[in-house]
Design a protein around this ligand. Structure first.
Ligand code: ATP
Ligand code: MG
Length: 239
């Protein structure tokens, strides 16, 4: 299948089906030693299936905080986050965790790979949780690792891999259950230009061919340029 022509780089989402995720006036503050820190002030945007949205902004502007909310790992202090038609703020932890497992793949800024497990085992973790049989999950994990250029590192553990290789294992793991929403926090941060292009190819394919919504936090203008839309975070406010 050929890739869709990219839409304009910025601006409102195209009209069409209901968005997979909708963030409305979301705020998030933390309290540290009695002091309140306001991180997100007024974040509003939507992402549809098949769409790739890049979130850009200075270090400390709240990008990872926002991504944690989108990934149901954190809750907003105010405002509404609707995922797949469900108002997530009203959900209990059990339901949030189920939605996360079923529908969301997360590439963390710090990778969060299991240390004493091989690349193959790491990528297979979500498939174990989903009850996928051993041979099927091995085949799927191998295929994913090959697709990110790591077919020769299947049996290496994280400490035997470079930062960029670990990052690619984390991406393969995030895609293993073919999630409707892929969240990637600086997925090309540790990569050279060629690997970075490969990762973006994977994310675009996930959106274009698998019809997932993809939200990617990036500092890299080349990555942002390949997204359909760019949401800029400036001091905790979306633009
Ligand atoms: N759990 C927390 N408790 C207190 N403050 C926090 C917490 N999490 C984040 N912050 C603060 O929120 C601000 C935004 O952090 P965040 O990690 O979202 O930034 P970022 O945009 O992802 O930055 P970077 O580009 O460096 O990764 C920072 O000033 C950080 O200190
Ligand atoms: Mg961050």
């Amino acid at each position: 299948m050929s890739l869709r022509a990219p839409a304009p780089e910025t601006g409102a989402p195209p009209s069409g089906p209901a968005p997979l995720l909708s963030v409305e006036e979301v705020t998030r503050h933390f309290t540290v030693s009695g002091d309140r820190i306001d991180v997100l002030h007024d974040c509003t945007f939507q992402v549809r299936r098949g769409e790739v949205v890049a979130i850009v902004g200075q270090s400390g502007s709240g990008k990872s905080t926002l991504l944690n909310i989108l990934g149901l790992l954190d809750k907003p202090s105010g405002g509404a986050y609707t995922f797949d038609g469900v108002d997530t703020t009203a959900l209990g932890e059990g339901r949030r965790s189920w939605l996360r497992g079923e529908g969301i793949g997360f590439v963390f800024q710090q990778f969060h790979l299991l240390e004493r497990r091989t690349a193959l085992a790491n990528v297979a973790v979500p498939l174990v949780i989903a009850g996928v049989p051993l041979l099927t999950r091995r085949a799927r994990a191998r295929e994913l690792l090959e697709s990110v250029g790591l077919g020769h590192r299947l049996h290496s553990e994280p400490h035997q891999l470079s930062g960029g290789e670990q990052q690619r294992v984390a991406l393969a793991r995030a895609l293993s259950r073919d999630p409707g929403l892929v969240l990637a926090d600086e997925p090309t941060g540790a990569l050279d230009a060629a690997s970075s292009t490969m990762i973006m190819d994977q994310l675009l394919e996930q959106a274009r061919i698998r019809d997932s919504a993809v939200v990617v936090v990036t500092h890299d203008p080349k990555v942002a340029a390949r997204a359909d839309r760019v949401v800029e975070l400036v001091e905790g406010r979306t633009r």
